[in-house]
Ligand binder design. Structure first.
Ligand code: GTP
Length: 166
């Protein structure tokens, strides 16, 4: 659990780090079901990890809820001398999948806060749309109920005083 502030709102996020290894796949897929935001992470010093992203994307598409927010991460940006994946390759892949992209380093903290804030922002935005939809529906239904209540009232105050005079 971690609390971060987005647009002045304090948001508590729960983070799961899923295993990349094949033998844990059954468990990993169960995490997707309840995810609202997902980081797809490769290692910039491993071309192989970059090639694996497509497989991760297809797994996410298959098992994560529709509308899940995704960000592509090229981690270990501090390992410049071992780099096998160019920044533009990351940008290109992210563009293909319509994702935001960050190069990060867990060692130097490069873009860690920024990427978490951005993913939280995207999740909030996605839910804000849902909430706004619900709010509009609720207020329309309320207005309709008030209208129906008014129409079903028997008489106004003028008529009721007339009743008294009879
Ligand atoms: N130089 C550098 N090393 C890192 C960075 N992030 C993680 N590592 C190292 O990479 C190794 C693997 O890190 P993990 O966090 O276990 O990676 P993972 O992807 O969660 O691994 P799995 O759970 O097996 O999928 C560890 O030795 C970390 O110290 C980084 O940003 N820079």
């Amino acid at each position: 659990m971690k609390t971060i502030e987005v647009d002045g709102i304090k948001v508590r996020i729960q983070i799961w780090d899923t295993a990349g290894q094949e033998r844990y796949q059954t468990i990993t897929k169960q995490y997707y079901r309840r995810a609202q935001g997902i980081f797809l992470v490769y290692d910039i010093s491993s071309e192989r990890s970059y090639q694996h992203i497509m497989k991760w994307v297809s797994d996410v598409d298959e098992y994560a809820p529709e509308g899940v927010q995704k960000i592509l991460i090229g981690n270990k940006a501090d390992e410049e001398q071992k780099r096998q994946v160019g920044t533009e390759q990351g940008q290109q892949l992210a563009k293909e999948y319509g994702m935001d992209f960050y190069e990060t380093s867990a060692c130097t903290n490069l873009n860690i806060k920024e990427s978490f804030t951005r993913l939280t922002e995207l999740v909030l935005q996605a839910h804000r749309k849902e909430l706004d939809g619900l709010r509009t529906r609720a207020s329309n239904e309320l207005a309709l109920a008030e209208l129906e209540e008014d129409e079903s009232k028997p008489e106004g105050p003028a008529n009721s005083s007339k009743t008294c005079w009879c």
